[in-house]
Write a protein that binds this ligand. Structure first.
Ligand code: NVA
Length: 310
């Protein structure tokens, strides 16, 4: 049973296949109905959501399926009943399970017991659906991925930093994370990305010096400095990460045709300036739209992998 729990669950060939499928589904949004029946896809959110809930619900409907919202606060997974029991119950109702939660291990347990494909709709550690949407967006703008340099600046230890390292290296990109001490990705993630890069031509590294990191970049990415669950650290984070704000001056150090990316929600005047996110270099609205197309590709592909048995 295949799942999408982290970015490196996909081989380079599979990632390319999914991105090509996403582009085809974008061009013909209503012509592909692998969830016809309709088959139900359960969506559970243990953390706040806007884009993910909207794009999955719309995408499931476009694939001919039935989006089922399971209220994470009511289900209290792991409190009211175990993840194992929830997995076995939902696996009897739904063809796939989409889950946004905190610990990656919770997703692993769900995948182990559900009997149907499980999709990580953001965890503390990874955001693989966003990365497929982002790589689709970069492909649309640049025509290719391999060989491009993508620089993630800010809180490099968050889910988006980790996912850019793994997914970017899988795509053969040169991924650089520029963050201060204490906000850099775990060495194991950088090493994993570098290992993936050995077969794709990609590379992965941390460069604390922002000017050196961004010089010549094709893609510059940032994310909120206060990820969901980190609210208690707000003041320390704002102070430590302020020098890593994505501004017009930072973009001026990148390649002349560089694009600025942000998965949203964005905090203008904090991690990114209003001029930049609302300006011509920004592709954030394409990223948001592409969530639907990328996730449709993931669900269609997983349904095919599962043999469309349900
Ligand atoms: N790093 C952010 C991403 C939001 C989509 C968070 O986890 O809150």
């Amino acid at each position: 049973m295949r799942h999408l729990l982290r970015d490196d669950d996909l081989s380079p060939a599979e990632q390319a296949e999914l991105l090509a499928l996403a582009a085809r589904l974008k061009a013909d949004p209503f012509g592909h109905k692998p969830l016809a029946g309709p088959r139900t896809v359960a969506m559970i959110f243990d953390k706040p959501t806007l884009r993910t809930q909207a794009s999955f619900a719309a995408g499931i409907a476009e694939l001919g399926g039935n989006p089922l919202h399971v209220n994470g606060d009511l289900a209290q997974i792991g409190v009211r009943e175990s993840i194992e029991d929830v997995a076995r119950v939902l696996g009897r109702q739904a063809a796939q399970i989409v889950w946004r939660t905190n610990d990656q291990a919770r997703l692993d347990t769900m995948a182990q017991w559900a009997g149907v494909p499980v999709i990580n709709a953001l965890s503390d550690d990874f955001h693989p659906c966003q990365l497929l949407a982002d790589l689709l967006t970069v492909t649309e703008r640049k025509g290719h991925l391999a060989g491009l340099t993508a620089v993630f600046i800010g809180d490099g230890a968050c889910n988006m930093g980790n996912s850019w390292l793994l997914a970017g290296a899988t795509a053969g990109m040169h991924v650089v994370v520029s963050s201060p001490e204490g906000y850099q990705p775990a060495a194991g993630i950088v090493e994993r990305a570098a290992t993936i890069g050995q077969s794709t031509g990609g590379t992965a590294r941390v460069e604390a010096d922002l000017a050196r990191a961004v010089a010549g970049a094709d893609v510059v990415i940032t994310d909120t400095w206060i990820s969901m669950g980190k609210e208690a650290e707000s003041s320390a984070r704002l102070e430590a990460l302020q020098p890593y704000a994505l501004t017009g001056e930072v973009m001026a150090m990148a390649a002349p045709d560089a694009i600025a990316m942000h998965c949203l929600p964005a905090y203008r005047g904090k991690e990114i300036t209003a001029e930049l996110i609302d300006g011509p270099d920004s592709v954030v609205w394409d990223e948001a739209e592409n969530r639907r197309h990328a996730q449709k590709a993931v669900m269609a592909w997983l349904q095919e992998q599962a043999g469309a048995a349900r």
